[in-house]
Design a protein around this ligand. Structure first.
Ligand SMILES: [Zn+2]
Ligand SMILES: [Zn+2]
Length: 914
């Protein structure tokens, strides 16, 4: 048995493949599982925020995934039984959009023509395909968990071509046989093993249970609301989705329009960026306290706010001010609307209603200080309309096409409507002018289309009233009735990293509107709501309950996953009017899917004991932009609904990965790096080190420059130290059983430093802080190389194998070994490679893999505080000296006549010793 070299210029990706082969051949992961199962260990659980299995994973995913793997490895080494199942997010609009693209579909009508069963099947197949790719990539990143065999996933995807034929899947616990559709629905469950999939039967039925539980408390309702709507995807977009990633800079042509006043001279001047909403204008709102002016401009007399005058009418030379008045004085003025001739507008008696109303939210920063109000085409507008009892003509259908009853406009698409409307307003002589405006405008997070506001009926979970007081002042009775404050309690129990997480989560909860849970789409959670024409509805809580209540269609559904179209065949009976009732066609918001995994993946419905063992998760982590409103929120909400319990104890949020130029990575900007390229060029361990070293509260700049720096400054330094050890220890035949009788002060110093490093690293990792962990390890390797090895060379070089030499070897060996262990969770490949070259050959009985080893123990008795302090002082003096030389431009080797050290009096005596 002897040490093996590891060249500091080693090709890191090649080395990693060699290590991966070793892990595969020795079944290393499963041996780790065996170790933890055979011992009586405390538990540590992690719940994975599912990655969307829709595309190959990006280099930005590696950041969170490094944390996910790192802390699981660390906890195992610390003696815990670890559960860290990976998860895939599988349902929702984003899969549909990609499959639509594959099939060349233009709108959702194409899906219905194609056939729902076939379409849903293709969505599932796409998920299986990309989850196989992401599985391979995750393995490449060095992640250890119970992975599905990617080839088995691909086979299952093919088998799904014939969903009801029997097939066999080889899972981590052996073969499982059933119909292809059944097996797909069982992925991640105990008998199948592997990652969890949010399209699984269990995940879907578990959400049914949540929704039933809401319904039993009267929290489920259907609401008509003005809703941001994507005309292309033909679905409402929830508030969560817009706030998260919904806004883009867009240029529109805005328009200034005259509303002719009826009982007096002149017009109201209004301004809008959405001309199509003029078709449904009902009122004009002014601020009661603002000052308005009556002006004559060329031949027109108009009213607008004083503050908006200059921007609204740039040609000030021709403006003549005729008078001033407060907004309140305009209350109730009647005017003629721009589209009073349209049949639908007439039908709703809008022309008789047009008037000026008061609204405190009117401003004059943009526009004219007079806001055109269309309750059928805007959210605030609808609120005002309700307050003043105004009608609400709503011009758009599901696809953004103007509906019947709008005269020449009927059939026009909202996106194509601006120019014809300008032309029409010009003809009517009420268009004052148009102006290009660039503003942040809500767009669809999936397809990028500009959103419009529509009146739609959607399903909501009632969050409870927003009470006008602080969380501390809400009484228990108020909380019992109010989901919002119950979730805030759950959120308050979480250890948020960074700590601003709590405030962000609470802000969201305090201000969020009711949770919209429906989508008018095809592939996703089948909302378990059966609604009768007579307006009675019920929420079904399980497959068993549905079977019991089914009066029709059960045989068509049986054997299928709870997805459209088969689930829609099942009917129940209305207890009120006796009619046969169908399920509402809507599917669920995908955050419901991801938010339930703290229950569905740990057998909440089957095995409460098992669930209690692993719930709540000790740790979750995701990139935080968005998640306070999405996954972090959905987990808290669903757990609070079911158990009124906090679903995770520590939530680590991290920023975004940007390119080295500080911009977002974009294919078209040439600064994007693909995960596979990064892994095969720089190596997975380098990616993991960069990600671990980063501060989670900031964004991370990622690129090849950074990777080279890490390799040069850290990895090569470590490998150089190892190779120094390797050469001399091999030459001298030194092995760890040759222990010294006595250590040198230099040995005791570095071992003391090592012990302090272990303590700090342990404390940091216990607190989920990786950045200071890496800094500590880096600093230790640096002094080991620059101070210990350099100052000890004489001892390694001398010919006689005396105690002094043994002391140097055993000290360096212990330092390197401990560093290898401490790095194992962060850089699993390099640690393994070094472990197999340095430790395993010479230590009988060493575990087969470094990842089966225990975390290094502290030995404070080694710390000689006085010695350490003096050495640290020497180190500081030396670097201060070096800095002074460089400042004075004096070479390092040039002897100095005199060195003057200025230090506090208590230190000067000791400096003399040094
Ligand atoms: Zn869209
Ligand atoms: Zn009924």
């Amino acid at each position: 048995m002897s040490y093996k070299p590891l060249d500091s210029k080693v090709n890191i990706p090649e080395l990693e493949h060699e290590v991966q082969k070793f892990w595969d051949e020795t079944n290393a992961y499963w041996k780790r599982v065996e170790i933890q199962e055979n011992e009586n260990r405390p538990h540590w659980s992690f719940i994975d925020g599912p990655i969307t299995a829709n595309n190959p994973m990006g280099v930005h995913h590696a950041w969170g995934r490094t944390y996910k793997d790192l802390f699981a490895r660390y906890r195992f080494m610390k003696g815990y039984e670890v559960r860290n199942q990976n998860g895939f997010d599988c349902q929702g609009l984003w899969v549909e959009v990609e499959v639509e693209k594959e099939l060349g579909f233009k709108s959702k009508l194409d899906i219905e023509d194609y056939g729902l069963a076939e379409f849903v099947k293709m969505c599932k197949q796409r998920v299986l395909k990309y989850s196989a790719i992401q599985t391979q990539q995750s393995i490449r990143l060095g992640m250890w968990t119970d992975w599905n065999n990617p080839d088995e996933l691909r086979k299952l995807s093919e088998a799904l071509e014939k969903p009801l034929e029997e097939t066999t899947y080889i899972g981590s616990k052996g073969p499982v046989t059933g119909t292809a559709e059944y097996l797909v629905g069982q992925l991640g469950m105990t008998q199948m093993g592997g990652s969890y999939y949010t399209f699984s039967d269990e995940n879907n039925y578990m959400i049914w249970k949540v929704l039933k539980s809401c319904h039993e408390r009267g929290w489920i309702y259907i609401g008509a609301d003005a809703m941001p709507w994507c005309p292309r995807c033909s679905t409402g977009i929830s508030q969560h989705e817009i706030v998260t990633e919904g806004y883009q800079e867009v240029t529109h042509t805005s328009v200034y329009v005259l509303f002719r006043l009826k009982d007096r001279e002149g017009s109201l001047l209004i301004w809008t960026t959405t001309p199509w909403t003029l078709t449904s204008n009902v009122a004009a709102a002014v601020h009661p306290e603002l000052t308005y002016v009556k002006v004559k401009y060329r031949n027109e007399v108009m009213y607008l706010s004083k503050g908006a005058l200059k921007s609204a009418i740039p040609d000030q030379k021709h403006v003549e001010i005729l008078g001033e008045l407060k907004g309140a004085e305009m209350d109730g003025w009647k005017y003629t609307g721009p589209y009073d001739e349209l049949p639908r507008v007439k039908e709703l008696r809008v022309p008789e209603v047009h008037r000026v109303i008061m609204w405190e939210d009117v401003g004059e920063e943009e526009g004219t200080g007079i806001v055109h109000i269309a309750p059928g085409a805007g959210k605030e507008d609808l609120g005002l309309g309700r307050k003043y009892g105004l009608p609400a003509p709503a011009p758009l259908d599901d696809f953004g096409v103007i509906i019947d009853g709008f005269g020449w406009l009927t059939g026009l698409h909202v996106y194509d409507s601006a120019e014809p409307i300008f032309e029409d307003l010009r003809k009517k002589e009420i268009l004052y002018r148009t102006q290009k405006v660039t503003h942040r405008y809500p767009t669809c997070w999936r397809c990028g289309s500009e959103l419009v506001f529509r009146h739609v009926a959607e399903w909501f979970i009632n969050m409870g009233e927003k009470l006008d007081k602080d969380l501390e002042d809400i009484t228990e009775e108020e909380k019992d009735q109010n989901l919002r404050y119950q979730i805030m309690d759950s959120a308050s129990n979480v250890n948020w990293i960074p700590s601003f997480g709590l405030k962000r989560e609470l802000d969201w909860l305090k201000n969020m509107d009711d949770w919209m849970i429906s989508k008018k789409r095809y592939y996703g959670l089948a909302l378990p709501i059966w609604k009768c024409e007579c307006s009675w509805f019920d929420v079904i809580g399980s497959k068993e309950e549905l079977k019991e209540r089914a009066v029709e269609g059960w045989e068509k559904f049986e054997g299928h996953s709870p997805h459209r179209p088969y689930i829609d065949a099942v009917k129940i009976k209305c207890p009120k009017c006796g009619k046969t009732v169908s399920r509402i066609p809507d599917v669920g918001n995908p955050w419901l899917d991801a938010g339930i995994v703290g229950y569905s993946t740990i057998q909440y419905r089957q095995n409460r004991e098992y669930w209690e063992k692993w719930f709540p998760a000790n740790f979750i982590t995701e990139s935080f932009p968005g998640q306070f409103r999405n996954w972090f929120y959905a987990m808290l909400a669903e757990s609070t609904i079911l158990e009124r319990r906090t679903p995770y104890w520590t939530c680590l949020g991290h920023g975004q990965v940007l390119a080295e130029d500080g911009r977002e990575m974009h294919k078209s900007w040439g600064n994007a790096i693909w995960f596979d390229d990064a892994a095969e060029t720089m190596g997975a361990d380098i990616i993991r080190w960069i990600d671990s070293l980063a501060k989670p509260e900031n964004n991370l700049l990622f690129g090849y420059g950074r990777a080279n720096e890490v390799r040069r400054l850290f990895f090569m330094t470590l490998l150089n130290v190892y190779n120094f050890f390797y050469q001399y220890a091999t030459l001298d035949n030194w092995t760890p059983d040759q222990q010294p009788l006595k250590l040198d002060p230099l040995d005791r110093w570095i071992l003391g430093k090592l012990d302090v490093t272990i303590e700090k690293v342990t404390e940091n990792l216990d607190n989920y802080l990786t950045s200071p962990t890496c800094t500590e390890i880096d600093r230790f390797v640096d002094i080991l190389s620059k101070w210990y090895v350099r100052r000890s060379r004489r001892r390694f070089w001398k010919t006689e194998a005396d105690d002094e030499k043994k002391a140097a070897y055993s000290t360096l060996y212990k330092c390197l070994k401990t560093v290898i262990y401490m790095m194992a969770p962060i850089t699993p490949y390099l640690s393994e490679a070094l472990y197999q070259r340095m430790i395993r050959p010479v230590e009988a009985g060493a575990p087969e893999s470094v990842h089966h080893c225990s975390w290094p123990e502290l030995d404070p008795s080694i710390r000689d505080l006085e010695l350490m302090e003096e050495m640290d002082m020497a180190l500081n003096l030396s670097s201060a000296g070096r800095a002074a030389r460089s400042q004075a431009n004096i070479k390092l080797r040039q002897p100095l006549a005199e060195v003057v050290v200025v230090a506090p009096s208590d230190k000067t005596a000791r400096i003399g010793n040094i």
